[in-house]
Write a protein that binds this ligand. Structure first.
Ligand code: ADP
Length: 491
């Protein structure tokens, strides 16, 4: 477990660190031709930095450079071992800079530093390392054909990828995209969320230092309309990998069909259920998982548990334990390592989240974790809120629990708590979700695919071999083994 510093030590890092403020295009820090972005600290409202922002002209330049790098093969045609070594060097540089990166992450996104130190940074490193290690251990295939032919089924990097990122896990979502895309040999252009560009810019500079060639990994800060849309509409971008709202995801699909049918992979919203049956083992443990699942990262998490669907028989007992545990989850200054909850991302989001709460919440960016016992038809049960609100709905039998859980347009993750293995598996099979966890909250890990059913996702999965494959094209190479000098062998 990473050793934590004191609040004063984190503040000292915040006050002394170098903040990259320019776009990163073709291996160089460039001003960008859009209107500047003001990155503010969500916890205090103070300005962290004024950052370059890009527009469609910068997009054109970055796409040109990404294609040139790809076509020259400066990265795509390096040996697998060389690409692996460079990505591992990047992991070492991230490790060396981890305190600074953790502070940037906390300052920009309002996340508690304890999570940045113990989850976001280690997982970012682990993701890139896992994909780097995969490069020289993954095989292509030969088809089962007659002896007079040999068929090869090979993966090739898809080309130029654009990644459009959200603000809730700026570094980890970046790693989920660049890890497999760079491992596969693609060039990648990243558009971070407007609120959180600094960590991506820092990482691009480290990647260049590690030896990633110019044009292979570029970062274009800017707005969705100014940078995201031109990237997604670009004729020379081969793939878009997006994490964000379902609403924007649908637009991305349209941009693809309006342009070059670029491949689209979307990881969108969630309204994730946790079903707790009356025979759940150890309610203290269940309560621990529910609190973490619902309130970790202030609930600004597409896989957050936002609907607790609990048996009538144990509802009172479980809620008592959940509330008791919540007392240890202090809310406040994200840089203070004692706080488990930080600030919500910005004033607009705060307003939206608070509108679902039926009591007067104090002004400001800190929203206390809230539990609402509601009817399954309530608005709070339907909408993705992306805040620290847990709706509680009771059920009487297994069928009803499953029906309530599936009554949503989303299908990202779900959890089941029961001491019956049969019931657990039966329920897991019935739930329409990309990941179902049994007797715990979680998302799987780097070895397991992550993505959603229904309107939670489209076109692929993050993490694991599945992620690697989605940044490649499959090509069949058919080799005729007949010897033409031996006469007519056709047929
Ligand atoms: P949120 O509501 O959580 O901010 P969004 O889906 O709006 O989620 O944002 C996710 C990412 O998509 C951000 O980087 C944002 O700038 C980008 N984005 C927003 N609108 C568009 C758009 N029309 N085209 C491309 N990207 C967009």
């Amino acid at each position: 477990m990473t050793e934590l510093l004191t609040l004063k030590e984190y503040q000292a890092i915040a006050n002394s660190m170098d903040i990259p403020k320019t776009a990163f295009i073709n291996g160089k820090n460039k001003p960008g031709q859009g209107k500047k972005l003001k990155t503010k600290n969500p916890a205090t409202g103070e300005l962290i930095a004024t950052i370059a922002s890009c527009n469609a002209k910068d997009v054109d330049l970055a796409v040109k450079k990404a294609n040139e790098a790809f076509n020259k093969g400066v990265w795509a045609k390096k040996t697998p071992q060389d690409r692996k070594e460079i990505l591992i060097k990047l992991c070492k540089l991230i490790t060396r800079n981890r305190k600074e990166l953790a502070v940037i992450e906390s300052l920009e996104s309002g996340k508690p530093i304890i999570d940045c130190e113990q989850i976001d940074i280690p997982e970012t490193i682990n993701t890139i390392k896992w994909h780097a290690e995969l490069i020289d251990k993954i095989y292509d295939q030969a088809g089962p054909v007659n002896d007079n032919a040999l068929s090869l089924i090979v993966r090739e990097p898809i080309g130029v990828v654009a990644a459009i990122l959200p603000w809730n896990f700026p570094l980890l979502m970046l790693a989920w995209k660049i890890g497999p895309a760079l491992a596969a040999g693609c060039s990648i252009i990243v558009k971070p969320a407007e609120q959180t560009s600094i960590s991506s810019l820092k990482l691009a500079n480290l990647a260049s230092e590690a030896g990633i060639p110019d044009g292979v990994f570029q970062v274009l800060p800017g707005g969705g309309k100014d940078v995201g849309e031109p990237l997604a509409l670009h004729e020379n971008v081969d793939m878009i990998s997006f994490t964000g709202s379902t609403e924007t995801g649908k637009k991305i699909l349209k941009y693809s069909s309006d342009s070059n049918l670029k491949k689209v992979v979307l990881e969108c919203g969630g309204k994730n259920p946790a079903i707790v049956f009356s025979d759940a083992e150890n309610l203290d443990n269940v309560a621990e998982h529910i609190v973490t699942g619902a309130f970790w990262n202030m609930g600004e998490n597409c896989s957050a548990i936002s609907r607790l669907i609990v048996s009538k028989k144990i509802k009172k007992q479980l809620l008592k334990k959940v509330k008791l545990r919540l007392r240890d989850w202090k809310t406040g200054d994200p840089l203070n390592p004692r706080n488990r909850l930080g600030a919500l991302i910005d004033a607009e989001h705060c307003k939206k989240v608070k509108s679902y709460m039926n009591k007067n919440i104090p002004e400001g960016p800190f929203v206390p974790p809230t539990i609402l016992e509601v009817n399954k038809k309530a608005k709070v049960v339907k909408d993705e809120i992306f805040g620290p609100i847990l709706s509680v709905i009771e059920f009487s039998d297994e069928d009803e629990a499953i029906a309530i859980a599936n009554e949503t347009k989303y299908g990202l993750t779900a959890s089941v708590f029961t001491s019956s293995n049969r019931k657990a598996i039966r329920t897991a099979r019935e739930l329409k979700a990309g990941t179902v966890t049994i007797n715990c909250y979680g998302e799987g890990d780097i070895t397991t695919p992550f993505g959603g059913f229904k309107q939670s996702g489209f076109g692929g999965r993050d993490n694991s071999f599945h992620a690697h494959d989605q940044y490649t094209e499959t090509k069949t190479i058919w080799i005729d083994l007949n010897d033409p000098s031996e006469g007519d062998n056709i047929g």
